[in-house]
Structure formats: C-alpha cells, structure tokens
Write a protein that binds this ligand. Structure first.
Ligand code: NI
Length: 487
C-alpha cells in the first residue's frame, strides 16, 4: 500500500513540475497577450509553442501533445478579444473531447497513431473583420471544419444575420445560387445539387465567409465523398444585392460601383413590386362587378331616360317588369330588351304573394310572363316577388316554372328618399363586388342619380352585368332566393 502512495507522490511532484514549466513558457511568450492567456488557462488550453502567423494582430500558438495512444496538434489563434478567444477555445476543447471519446470507442486494429490535427487558415477581410477557418482530421474518418467570422475591434462574431436579410426567400435564393455555383465548379467532390440543398438547409450551421467578391459557403462533404477537403461554393456579391443586410457596407469593403449597383438593384426591385401591385389591383378591378336592377316599370318618362344613361355608359342592367305596366308600354318594354338588358318578371299586379293562394300566385306570375313575352319576344326566367315577400307556395311555383327567385343585397331606398344624392350615398356606402342593387325605374330622382352612380362605380373599377351574368360569375344556378353578395 505504502509503495503505491509513494508512486502517487512522485506523480504529483512531476505534474507540479510540468505545470510550472508550462507557466514559465507562457510567461516567456505572454508579452501583450496577458488577457488572452488568462482565458486559455480557464478553458484548459495550453499552447506551448508560438508559430508564425499571417497577421501579427492574431498570434498563433501550437498546442501539441504526443502520448503512446494519440497525437494532438492544434493551431490556436489568440486575438485581443477575450470574448472571441473564449468561444474559439471552447470549440477547440469540444473537438478534443470528441476525439478522446472516439478513441475510447475505437476498437480498430489500425497501427497508425490516431491524431487530432487542426489547421487554421486566417483571412483578413477588412481592417477589423477576419475569418478563422479550421480544417482537420479527428479520429477515424472524422473530418472537422469550422469557420469563425470575427470582428476583433468590436469584440464580437459576425453572424449570418448581420450579412443577409435571413428569411425563407433569402434561403431559397442562396440555395439556388449555390446550385448555380456548383455548375461553375470544375473540380469538386460535391456530387449533386441535392447534396448542396441538404448542406445549406440550416443557416445556423453554415460555414461561410463574405467579402467584396461574394458569399462563400464551405461544404463539409466528408462521408459523402473520398475528398477530405472543405469544398467551397462562391456566390458573387451582385447576385445577392437584394438579400444583403442594409449594413453590409459596414462589414465588407464594397467598391463605389458595387454600392451604386446595389442601390440600383434595390430601386429596380421596389419598382417591380409596385408594378406588380398595380397589376394585381387592375386584376382585382377587372373582377369587380355589380348588377343594377330596376323594378315596377316600364314607365313612360323614367325608363327611356334610364336606357339613355345606361347606353351612354355602355352598361347593362336588369328590369323586373310588372305585366300591368308592360300592357301600357309594350314599346318601351321592347326597347329595353332590344338594348340588350335583361328582363325579369315582377308579377302582374304587384300584390303581396304571401297573402295569395297557390293558384293566384301562379296566375300573377304566369300572366305577367305572357305579357312580357308578347311585347319583347322573350320569356323571362328571373322572378322577383313584390316587396321581396315570398313563402313556400311562391317558391314552389318558381321551381315548377323554372324561374330563379331574385332578391337584392343593396336597397337604394330610392322609393323612400326620392333624392338622387341620397340614392348615391346609400349605394356607395354598401357597394361590394357581386352586389345586386335594387332601384325603381318609375321615380325621376332615380334617373337623376344614375349618371353619378355609373361614373363613380366605373372609376372604382366595377363592371355592370345582368343578374344572369352575375349568377354565372358566382357559379350559381337554380331557383333558390338570390340576394347577390351579402357580405
Ligand atoms: Ni316592386
């Protein structure tokens, strides 16, 4: 037992000695990098050898260790930013842990000494933006790659969101551009576009860098191909102008020409969006329609005036005529039909049909229909009950005689107000595409209201259609009560 303690004692003494020597070594190499070395101790990194660095502002250390079972050789950057150093060292330590874990699991009889080798390639993008690109080999067939984008003056990492307006559109654009970049590559171990898509699906996991030449994506295709190289796909900056963050020129050094090109591209895109919106609006306008209807005519004074105004606007409407009125003015009824308007049946004598028995209802409708057909040559198939009042008997009669029962969605209240301005106001306050508007071609005030009504609706993009056309546009048929669009 005592011999074991002695062994342990020696081990402690040797360990203290090694720690002391390492500390001395750090002291010798420390100089202005005191802060960085403190964080190295915290994260258990012990670089024992300074090696040449591309940039004096980022000194490089080599962390090496050789045992009977493995070999470590890791290039460790030391910036003046402790925040940056800590995160980089944490990542390095994670690689070490993974490597040692894999060693324990590895049961292969490979005679080569397993090694973890991480090589660093630094690139200066601007005065304060650098990329740190680690590549290396871990345990058996374990390929490692990592790119850090660091802003050493501002003590921070540059994220992909600092560089791109990251959203679904941008992601799709990047994936598409990466595939195009793949087509330009001659020597690549990326075998197909699907792999590019798989490797770029999660921006959080991208290894990337950016400069005035474009965005570079580093693809780790180990396991996917024979190559251990980190494949690069470069997307030129001018293909990304619309996806770049507004503040991109604070990160990379864009030329004056590039800034102008980017502004122009953004302006053109805004114009394109405005144009598309305008076209959408036009399409919407094209699809807006309204059915104007006139009841209780034809009348000697008002109906011809209304025909004139409709004709001036090239508008069609639907006239629900009373048989009794058609008897008085068959020529006017004929004029309405000849002008291309639709004619509906409003019964013979304008009685409340819900007060009548089925035979009387039938006669009211049939008599009027016959008068209309006699005067115009057209048998009406639209039917509007007086006062909008109907019951099952009315409905059954409509069904049996193939009449569609048509009500309205907007009452102009022209029968009540007898005032052109109010008629306009009433309709304007309720107008929607697909509306059926109730008016009467027996009140002069309704004819007075019409020029302004038609002009305003035209300006708003409405098309005037007959009730049958409206039903067709709405994909409706049959006889059940039609109210137009009741929003
Ligand atoms: Ni009526």
């Amino acid at each position: 037992m005592s011999r074991h303690i002695t062994k342990l004692g020696w081990l402690i003494i040797i360990t203290i000695g090694v720690l002391f020597l390492t500390g001395m070594n750090q002291f010798i190499h420390s100089g202005p990098k005191q802060a960085a070395n403190q964080s190295e101790r915290k994260t258990n990194i012990q670089p024992i050898e300074q090696i040449p660095s591309k940039y004096p502002e980022i000194p490089l250390m080599l962390d090496t260790k050789k045992t009977d079972t493995y070999h470590l050789a890791i290039q460790v950057p030391t910036t003046k930013s402790e925040t940056i150093n800590n995160e980089v060292y944490q990542w390095i330590n994670k690689q070490k842990q993974d490597f040692k874990k894999k060693l324990k699991e590895d049961t292969s009889t490979d005679t080569d000494l397993p090694s973890l080798q991480l090589t660093l390639d630094e690139q200066k993008v601007t005065d304060n933006y650098y990329t740190l690109q680690f590549t290396g080999e871990g345990a058996t067939e374990h390929h490692i790659s990592k790119v850090f984008n660091i802003d050493i003056d501002n003590d921070r990492f540059i994220t992909i969101n600092d560089v791109l307006n990251m959203n679904d559109d941008t992601l799709q654009t990047i994936q598409q551009k990466a595939k195009e970049a793949l087509k330009r590559e001659e020597n690549t171990s990326i075998t197909d576009e699907q792999l590019v898509e798989t490797l770029t699906i999660n921006p959080e996991q991208w290894n990337w860098s950016i400069d005035e030449n474009g965005l570079t994506l580093y693809m780790d295709v180990a396991g996917e191909s024979e190559s251990n190289n980190l494949e690069k796909l470069n997307i030129p900056l001018d293909e990304l102008y619309l996806n770049l963050n507004d503040k991109i020129d604070t990160i990379i050094d864009m030329s004056k020409e590039q800034k102008q090109e980017m502004e122009q591209a953004i302006q053109e895109e805004q114009e394109r969006i405005q144009q598309a919106e305008k076209e959408d609006q036009t399409a919407d306008d094209h699809g807006k329609y309204v059915a104007l209807t006139f009841d209780d005519g034809p009348s000697k004074e008002v109906t011809p005036r209304i025909l004139d105004i409709l004709s001036q606007h090239g508008a069609v409407a639907t006239f629900f005529m009373l048989g009794s009125q058609v008897e008085y003015y068959p020529d006017i009824a004929k004029q309405v039909a000849d002008a291309g308007h639709e004619i509906g049946n409003h019964t013979q004598n304008h009685k409340d049909l819900t007060t009548l028995d089925p035979d009387a209802i039938h006669r009211e409708i049939i008599d009027s229909g016959a008068k209309i057909q006699h005067a115009t040559g057209i048998r009406p198939h639209l039917f509007r009950p007086p006062y909008g009042a109907y019951d099952d008997d009315t409905m059954n009669d409509a069904i049996n005689n193939e009449n569609s029962l048509i009500l309205w969605s907007i009452d102009s209240l022209d029968w009540q107000s007898r005032n052109a301005a109010r008629v306009n106001r009433e309709i304007q306050s309720k107008i929607r595409s697909g509306a059926i508007v109730l008016m009467h071609d027996i009140h002069p005030s309704t004819a007075d209201a019409l020029p302004e009504l038609l002009s305003t609706l035209e300006e708003q993009g409405y098309q005037f259609v007959t009730v049958s056309e409206l039903l067709e546009l709405q994909g409706e048929n049959g006889v059940g009560p039609h109210y137009g669009f009741v929003g």
